[in-house]
Write a protein of this length. Structure first.
Length: 366
């Protein structure tokens, strides 16, 4: 008729009478009168902090766990973070939980998930836990970038570089990561006709930076592609208004004009144009040959002009020298002697000089 139950120091007893929870038996010896055998004892160990039982709701409602366990009864919008012995253990989703406190230091932090974003000082440890992936949507924003956070289509915040976590199942989450570093658009292979009907191919580069991330995401679907189209149209407009010579001689002016043309469009997309340059101007084959011939003719004409200028200068110097010799007989004599010196170096000469000068009295004796 009497039943003896012994509970060890590391144990607890869950006593049920006819299916109803009757109480928690603490360490020691317990005697119960049970003539009809209606009692049932289940021994558990608090060494495992998690009290898992099919009748946990009955156990909790009895109030018998007071001072023995921490109870967490989470509603649909609530989540809980559990630390065991100062180490993060797991994330709890909505439901009823009980954790023994006699053998371990237990800390349970209940959070409202309706805010959607999980902000916590120990977020890295939380994200490393085994069940975090099932409960949280994680995001890592790289340096030089920001992330735009939208909830159910509504903008919430701009997130800087770092790690972030969002609760699953409490709303539709959308993250748009935006690179704030300087980027380059390669506008290549543009077939354009100039004002004088010459078709050529132009390659350009546009360096830009996103200055308003929210506008770059919400104003247009693909801000970089929109800027590319704007630069492409501006290039066609500017080149089509110039003839070939003006285009070849004014690439820098063309680049400045293009930058000014697309600056307003870029600002509307949340961007700033840093630089714009014309990389290549490629002419058709026949036009290349024609321009090479023109260049060759110009260079030949320039060379001929330089030769004529030098000849004219030489003749002018000779005329000046003749005038000086004519006006100075002594200089004339010296000039004659220089000529004699050069001739004497190449042949044996006998020279007879008279009053009338060398020109009338040179006799060659071999």
């Amino acid at each position: 008729m009497f039943h003896r139950y012994k509970i060890l120091n590391h144990e607890r007893g869950l006593l049920f009478r006819e299916g109803d929870f009757a109480g928690v038996l603490r360490p020691g010896v317990h005697w119960y009168l049970d003539p009809l055998l209606k009692l049932r004892l289940q021994v558990v160990t608090p060494r495992d902090p998690w009290l898992v039982h099919k009748d946990l709701d009955l156990i909790v409602k009895s109030g018998a766990l007071q001072g023995e366990a921490i109870v967490a009864d989470l509603r649909d919008h609530e989540r809980a973070l559990v630390w065991i012995d100062n180490r993060f253990a797991r994330i709890l989703d909505p439901g009823l939980y009980a954790l023994w406190t006699s053998e371990h230091e237990i800390r349970v932090e209940v959070l409202d998930a309706r805010s959607m974003q999980l902000v916590h000082a120990e977020l890295p440890a939380i994200l490393r836990s085994p069940g975090a992936a099932a409960m949280l949507e994680t995001l890592n924003v790289s340096p030089g970038s920001v992330a735009l956070w939208f909830r159910d289509g509504a903008y919430q915040a701009t997130l800087g570089p770092g790690a972030y976590a969002f609760w699953k199942g409490v709303g539709k989450l959308k993250i748009e990561e935006v690179d704030l570093k300087e980027l380059v658009l390669d506008i290549s292979g543009q077939e354009i006709m100039t004002a004088d009907k010459v078709t050529l191919r132009i390659n350009a580069l546009v360096a830009y930076r996103i200055t308003d991330p929210l506008r770059s995401v919400t104003e247009v679907d693909g801000a970089a592609q929109a800027l590319y189209r704007a630069a492409q149209l501006a290039l066609r407009e500017a080149v089509g208004a110039r003839d070939l010579d003006a285009l070849l001689n004014g690439k820098d002016a063309l680049a400045r004009e293009l930058a000014a043309m697309i600056a307003a469009r870029a600002a509307g997309l949340g961007m700033t144009v840093v630089t714009l340059g014309i990389r290549d101007i490629i002419l058709p084959g026949d036009m290349k040959d024609l321009m090479n011939r023109v260049t060759e003719a110009k260079k030949a004409a320039e060379a001929s002009l330089i030769t004529r200028r030098e000849e004219t200068a030489a003749m002018r110097m000779q005329a000046n020298t003749a005038k000086i010799l004519e006006s100075s007989p002594t200089l004339m004599k010296l000039k004659e002697l220089e000529v004699l010196e050069k001739v004497a170096g190449k042949a044996n000469l006998t020279v007879v000089l008279g009053d009338e000068g060398l020109a009338n009295r040179v006799v060659k004796l071999l």
